[in-house]
Structure formats: C-alpha cells, structure tokens
Design a protein around this ligand. Structure first.
Ligand SMILES: [Zn+2]
Length: 162
C-alpha cells in the first residue's frame, strides 16, 4: 500500500553567480564595436554627410559591379579611406553579432514544440505558409508547421538547417 508516489516539489531557483562582464559581455562588445565604427566614420564630418557619401559610394559600387569588371570596383574601394573601411567592418561585425544572437534565441524559443501546448494533443505536420519560408531563409533555419489534432492550435518548430 505504501507505494504511492509522492510528488516532490523541487524548486531549484539556483542561479549561478554571474559577473557583470559575463552577463553583459555581448552588449558591451556590440556597443563598443558600434561606437568605434560610428566614431571612425563620422570623426571628421557630420553624420549626414557620411551617410550621403555612403549612399553615393554604394550606388556607384553597385552600378559599377553590374556594368563593369571588378577592376574598377577595386580601384574605387582603394579610394575610400581606411578609417571608413574599418568603421564599416566594425559596424557590420556588430550587426552580424546581433543577428546571430537573435537567430539563436529565436530557434531556441521555437525548438521544443512536440505536443500541443493548449491541450497536449498530438500534432500533425501541415503545409507551411510563405511567411514561414521567408522567416526560415532570414534566420537560416528549418521551420516545420504543425496543427493540433484535437484543438485548433497551430505552431511552428525550428531547428538548425541540415
Ligand atoms: Zn491542441
């Protein structure tokens, strides 16, 4: 008789001690990269002028890339100031880091759909929407779309691309 399972309520709110640096490392690095990149780019002139020049350079590079051989593009890149290039690289690195983090978090968040979160029912795979395909491309992830067999729940599951 005494074999009734006792459900123990385990409340492990064990939070490991995290230092300020460990917790905000990502934010600090990204912010520093952005700040340094922007500083290098606008060091000498107004932000507006820099943005204007960027847009102009971008358009010129794009048109030359399309119309011309890569040689002229290379010459054009050589004309751009070194600090501009470094600034751009820093900013792009920061943006890429942000992208990677958002991607990882999103995949992690949507990785665990194995039963219906509303009723616990079984899921069956259904056709994805176009928005799922676009999202899958943007985040470079596999997206599967499911609907519940019992209720009207629909949801997606994400996983790393094979
Ligand atoms: Zn359900």
């Amino acid at each position: 008789m005494a074999n009734k399972n006792r459900k123990k309520r385990r409340h492990h709110s064990r939070k490991p001690k995290i230092s300020f640096w460990n917790e905000y490392r990502f934010e600090i690095i990204v912010f520093s990269l952005l700040a340094m990149g922007i500083f290098l780019l606008v060091e000498k002139m107004e932000i507006k002028m820099t943005v204007y020049r960027w847009v102009k350079t971008f358009i010129i590079i794009t048109t030359r890339l399309i119309s011309d051989a890569s040689q002229t593009t290379f010459q054009l890149i050589q004309e751009v100031e070194t600090s501009d290039i470094i600034g751009l690289i820093l900013i792009l690195t920061a943006l890429f880091m942000i992208y990677l983090r958002i991607r990882k978090r999103t995949i992690y968040r949507f990785a665990t759909l194995y039963e219906c979160p509303n009723c616990g029912g079984e899921l069956r795979r259904i056709h994805r929407k176009i928005s799922h395909r676009i999202l899958g491309l943007l985040l470079w992830t596999d997206i599967k779309y499911f609907s519940c067999n019992k209720c009207d729940f629909h949801g997606i599951r994400m996983s790393e691309r094979q």
